[in-house]
Design a protein around this ligand. Structure first.
Ligand code: FMN
Length: 409
């Protein structure tokens, strides 16, 4: 395997990572419910020699917080079905589906991923989440989510049981190509990191700076070591979005132009969604309605207060606050510059131990992915840091992971 290889994943949810990305002239929002769009982007990611494509899940009720899906263009398609369909038009790329342990039984999980594993010829991965959105509980006959520590305790048992079921399927034959899906995780809290350390073979995380990446990876690797696992058996893949142009100045102007595609209404919908509280009836020129938000939000009040009170104290109008909030990339790294500079940055992060690779979140789709594959991938390949072909047929081989470890509750 090449030295300090950069792994690449593609997070292709919706029409791009930027909330306004779907309004970009090179976005294709009309494609999001059509297979030819997904075929095209899957083949493009494979052409760029990405390890895997990842899709999230959203089990909460739609319309939460006043969101209008047609405006934000973030459709929720079932990730297992979607990725299995993408397998039919690709040959090597891995397919990582996010599925919750809180609202699925081990038997359902074993069946779905067992099918995906066989149908994709060993390219399946499971991004294990416990579901954090409070609007989900009513869809499953409950009033509230279980507390986070209970969700993670349950997740350990669910994953261990699902692994037993895959082992049984494998024994009964025909063998599962990888024995089980590659196990992926995306939790950030101490409970989430401990869970990842016990189970995950790859981790999708935010890291806004190289220092944040080094801190996260160092912490995770030490947690992995302390449970007796090999830290080299875990790939850490922070999110990375980008705006690329021929010069840095042009890229900055393009970034501003994309953000400026938002109007007050879109920004307030996005804020409503993020705060789990419908603000669409409030005047964009009025004050931030702190008391109403804290009374109505479904999220922990302390977290919400931390994000809105400083703006309210400065007297920032609601519309302006919402527009600024949209510019904040949820803790992920957004690179703005030339393709050469982006390749330099990626190599620097990898060599500093800030990551094993990146989860690309194109700012708009499919144009953002086309630019990355056409302009950055050849530079990384020319510098010997990105593969020019796949090493085998399974996702485990592509990730260069060591032999599977047992997962026990
Ligand atoms: C990059 C990233 C992607 C995530 N994707 C999903 C998802 O698709 N579905 C979901 O229910 N949770 C998702 N989560 C949420 C986490 O799995 C987790 O439930 C949440 O971060 C709260 O747990 P924590 O406090 O341990 O981070 C994601 C988290 C991160 C950091």
């Amino acid at each position: 395997m090449m030295q300090n290889q950069i792994h690449l994943w593609a997070f292709l949810q919706g029409i791009g990572f930027f909330p306004t990305g779907w309004k970009h002239k090179r976005a294709k929002p009309e494609g999001v419910f059509h297979m030819d769009y997904y075929a095209r982007v899957a083949q493009l990611a494979e052409q760029g020699r990405f390890d895997a494509i990842v899709f999230g899940d959203q089990l909460q009720s739609r319309g939460a917080g006043g969101r209008a899906p047609e405006r934000l263009a973030m459709p929720t398609l079932d990730p297992v079905s979607l990725l299995t369909a993408m397998a039919a038009v690709t040959r090597h790329i891995g397919l990582v589906a996010t599925v919750s342990t809180t609202y699925n039984t081990p038997e359902m999980l074993a069946e779905r991923f067992g099918t995906m594993e066989r149908i994709t010829g060993g390219r399946s991965g499971w991004n294990i989440v416990t579901t954090a959105h409070p609007d989900t509980a009513p869809n499953f006959g409950a009033t509230e989510l279980p507390p986070k520590d209970a969700r993670y305790r349950n997740a350990v048992e669910v994953v261990a049981r699902a692994c037993e079921l895959w082992a049984a399927m494998d024994r009964e034959g025909p063998e599962l190509p990888q024995g089980r899906p590659v196990l992926v995780q995306a939790g950030q809290s101490p409970d989430g990191r401990d869970f990842a350390a016990r189970t995950a073979e790859a981790i999708f995380c935010p890291a806004a700076s190289i220092e944040a990446g080094v801190d996260f990876r160092t912490d995770l690797r030490s947690r992995v070591t302390s449970v007796g696992r090999n830290p080299d058996g875990v790939r850490i893949m922070p999110g990375l979005s980008c705006v690329l142009c021929g010069t840095e100045e042009e890229a900055r102007a393009e970034h501003t132009a994309i953000l400026d595609l938002a109007d007050d209404a879109l920004a307030i919908e996005y804020l409503s969604e993020s705060l789990c509280c419908d603000l669409t009836g409030f005047d964009p020129l009025g004050q931030i309605p702190v008391d109403e938000i804290l009374a109505k939000t479904l999220l922990p009040q302390g977290d919400v207060a931390r994000s809105i009170v400083p703006g309210a104290e400065k007297g920032t109008p609601l519309g302006e606050f919402a527009a600024n909030f949209m510019r904040h990339p949820r803790g992920h790294n957004v690179f703005i510059g030339t393709p050469e500079q982006m390749a330099d940055m990626m190599i620097e992060w990898r060599d500093a131990g800030a990551c094993d690779g990146f989860t690309l979140q194109p700012s708009y789709m499919p144009g953002g992915l086309e630019d990355f594959v056409g302009q950055v991938v050849p530079i990384l390949q020319a510098r010997g840091r990105l593969r020019t072909d796949y090493p085998g047929t399974t996702l485990r081989e592509t990730l260069g992971l060591p032999a599977r470890e047992a997962v026990t509750a």
